[in-house]
Ligand binder design. Structure first.
Ligand code: MN
Length: 450
């Protein structure tokens, strides 16, 4: 699988009807999130702000990247943070927020979590689809086939959410795992966007504007133009190929240019552009027969020509060697500049290199930790066996320590009964795997109309 990186553009607007913008968003590569707050007075803004801020903090605490499990945990932490704030301040009682977040995890996959009716869409080869499933009364009725999609679009209760972050101490969070290959695009948005624009309109704008910032701005602009009944927030993400050594190649290129321009010989004639020189020389040769006299005497022209050719060959060889060397250095740097936590025997160990190695460069063991595979959550084992990349040895050690303490805490929590049962309730869409943590059913138990 090709290594990928993400490039994002974002835009938000209060819209034309609301007096304040309760949407918040986070663009903190490789983590992106949109939260749409709800609650009286300023409470909605507070809820979405806390949710987004907590996600950012969790990302930083984990050293700048999150596994799918950590993303789920971060959402749960954000839920608790909003809930605790709401019980601490009576005027904020009942506030909550949607939260949709996506992060690039190892091996070109995007982990997506969702609570509420903000959305993540994907677009591949022009095919546009909604990845997340809205936690919305009417959307659920449509999904269950109780009403048609068309009936749903005009249903009077279409804005009633069945799940939100921060209204209870725990919340079931959906997780989707999406493949992310170069050329793919993802769109995170609050409901203010699909409320005004159909999927067709949204995808047409994405197709028209490849730049993520331009697309995000245009989507918000268009949603505003078509009503702007709600706050509108959009993040557009482009999945790009992550070249192994783009900076090295570029610098090699400039080195080549530099080497070719001032030739090593220092001959005065070669001061001019090599191309010009060649044309002149050809002219001399060409007109040579016409003016047999003096020009003939300038025969030594043949000499510089030959030396110019060797010079060019030399420059070309030098450039080639530089490119190869820079490329090899780039690969070497890429292959060795990172660390990862893996499993050695039955203990967790820190390796230098990339999981699985890069070309001919195999990872090497840096050190073993004192933590065994029996001292971490079973859910972490798969990613550990695949190798969890960390930028530094310290980060790798911190990651191991986090895994161990997470395990301790979960064991401690397992003793008294009323804590997080980690049942997973699959509720999947066609191409995504979706699971809910915390098997408890809908948070805001929606009145069921049938
Ligand atoms: Mn909204």
């Amino acid at each position: 699988m090709k290594p990928v990186r993400l490039r994002a553009g974002s835009a938000t607007d209060v819209g034309l009807v609301r007096s304040n913008n309760q949407d918040q968003y986070l663009v903190a590569e490789p983590l992106y999130a949109v939260a749409d707050g709800m609650g009286g007075a300023a409470a909605g803004e507070v809820a979405s702000a806390i949710a987004v801020r907590t996600l950012g903090e969790e990302l930083a605490r984990r050293g700048g990247s999150l596994t799918p499990d950590e993303l789920l945990e971060a959402a749960q932490t954000a839920n608790r943070a909003v809930w605790e704030e709401s019980i601490a301040h009576s005027e904020m009682r009942g506030m909550g927020t949607t939260l949709v977040a996506a992060t690039l995890v190892e091996s070109g996959t995007l982990a997506v979590i969702n609570v509420g009716d903000s959305r993540l869409y994907s677009m591949r080869d022009g095919a546009f689809r909604q990845v997340t499933v809205d936690h919305n009364l009417v959307a659920e009725m449509v999904a269950e086939g109780r009403i048609s999609k068309e009936e749903g679009q005009v249903h009077p209760r279409r804005n009633i959410m069945t799940r939100a972050l921060g209204v209870e101490p725990e919340v079931p969070v959906d997780l989707f795992v999406e493949e992310a290959i170069p050329g793919d695009r993802f769109l995170l948005c609050s409901d203010g966007l699909p409320r005004e624009l159909s999927d067709d309109r949204i995808s047409a704008i994405l197709r028209r504007l490849s730049d993520p910032s331009a697309a995000a701005k245009e989507l918000v602009h268009e949603a505003k133009r078509r009503g702007g009944n709600d706050n509108i927030t959009v993040i557009v993400i482009n999945v790009l190929e992550d070249h192994v050594e783009p900076p090295s190649l570029e610098s090699a290129g400039s080195l080549v240019a530099g080497a070719a321009a001032p030739p090593v010989s220092g001959e005065p004639e070669s001061e001019s552009e090599p191309g010009d020189e060649e044309t002149k020389l050809l002219d001399v040769v060409g007109t040579g027969s016409a003016k047999p006299g003096e020009h003939r005497r300038e025969r030594p022209a043949k000499e510089p020509r030959a030396s110019l050719v060797t010079l060019r060959v030399a420059a070309f060889v030098a450039a080639f060697v530089l490119i190869v060397a820079a490329g090899a250095a780039g690969v070497w740097y890429y292959a060795r500049s990172s660390y990862f936590v893996g499993v050695r025997g039955n203990t967790l160990a820190v390796y230098q290199g990339r999981p699985g190695g890069v070309l001919w460069i195999e990872p090497t063991l840096n050190h073993r930790s004192s933590v065994t595979t029996a001292q971490v959550l079973e859910a972490s084992l798969a990613s550990l066996h695949a190798g969890v990349e960390e930028p530094t040895i310290a980060a790798a050690d911190a990651y191991i320590a986090n895994l161990a303490s997470l395990f301790q805490r979960s064991r401690a929590a397992a003793q008294p009964p009323p804590t997080t049962p980690t049942t997973t309730t699959p509720s999947s869409t066609a191409t995504s795997t979706a699971t809910s943590t915390n098997g408890s059913s809908a948070t805001i138990s929606a009145p069921t109309t049938s």
